[in-house]
Design a binder for this molecule. Structure first.
Ligand code: SAH
Length: 251
């Protein structure tokens, strides 16, 4: 059996209880390189075979899984954050299905939520934005037509950009082309929830400058939108005058 497990954004105690238990009992662990906190691997049992997938190809990863399966062993494939975001799990899952190898997936706390926590921010502020766009700038890996950053930016919604902090000038240019004002609040969060986490608040117009000042090139998220700073409406759910299924309002 192969267990895909979300390791969380970095802090070792942000893996789920289920993920931690699977990690403790695994015979083989394949972890996603430097984005997974090595402290997590200290909980692996003695004799556990540990591989760093950053140095491996997909066929090599699959070969390790297949070998483990043939020996009746349990494998944990440890992905950073939540495996369903930029985790390249689908190609592994399809290969396992083809080989009739059983698998399951344990979700994790995405770095996008680690970053929001570092900022004390809420992506979905009433009156500001009720949508979060999770995307990336096209780089060596392209994005489908219609998903260019300037197209996504047209919505003016809250945005979280993965895999883009090495190209901040282009990010800034695309966001401005898409229609965000230069003074729209933005933030760069480097290594959210790790001990060396850095939070930089800036604006869309100063994004590249802010990144350059701190030497940010990777392991960072770019967050953009009024949710970081704009005036907002309070939630109706907790409004004293608002009646809900569970509480009678006073108005
Ligand atoms: N599945 C992961 C994302 C993997 S893609 C998740 O859910 O978080 C790798 C990208 O994620 C990095 O380039 C960076 O943009 C972002 N990332 C991963 N961990 C991060 C962290 N702790 N802080 C900030 N960004 C992080």
């Amino acid at each position: 059996m192969v267990h895909f497990v979300g390791a969380g954004p970095g802090a070792p105690d942000l893996i789920t209880l289920r993920g931690a238990e699977l990690l403790k009992t695994a015979d083989v662990v394949i972890y996603a390189g430097s984005l997974v906190n090595p402290e997590l691997l200290q909980s692996c049992k003695e004799g556990c075979e540990i591989h760093n997938s950053a140095e491996m190809t997909l066929p090599e990863v699959l070969a390790v899984m297949e070998r483990a399966e043939a020996a009746g062993k349990t494998t944990v494939r440890l992905h950073t954050g939540d495996p369903a975001l930029y985790g390249a799990i689908r190609e592994q899952i399809d290969a396992l299905r083809e080989k009739h190898i059983e698998f399951d997936v344990t979700p994790g706390v995405s770095s996008l939520f680690g970053a929001a926590a570092a900022l004390g921010a809420e992506f979905t502020l009433p009156g500001v934005s009720q949508s979060l766009i999770v995307t990336r700038l096209a780089g060596r890996t392209g994005v489908p037509a219609g998903e260019a950053l300037h197209d996504m930016a047209r919505h003016g919604a809250s945005m979280a950009l993965f895999l883009s902090s090495g190209m901040l000038e282009k990010v800034q240019e695309e966001l401005l082309t898409g229609g965000y004002d230069a003074d729209t609040p933005a933030a760069l969060v480097y290594k959210a929830t790790w001990p060396d986490e850095k939070v930089m608040r800036c604006t869309v117009g100063t994004l590249a400058e802010a990144g350059a000042a701190e030497g940010i090139r990777k392991t960072a998220l770019v967050l953009v939108g009024g949710f970081l700073d704009a005036p907002y409406e309070k939630s109706r759910l907790y409004d004293p005058s608002f009646t809900t299924e569970f509480r009678k309002g006073n108005a």
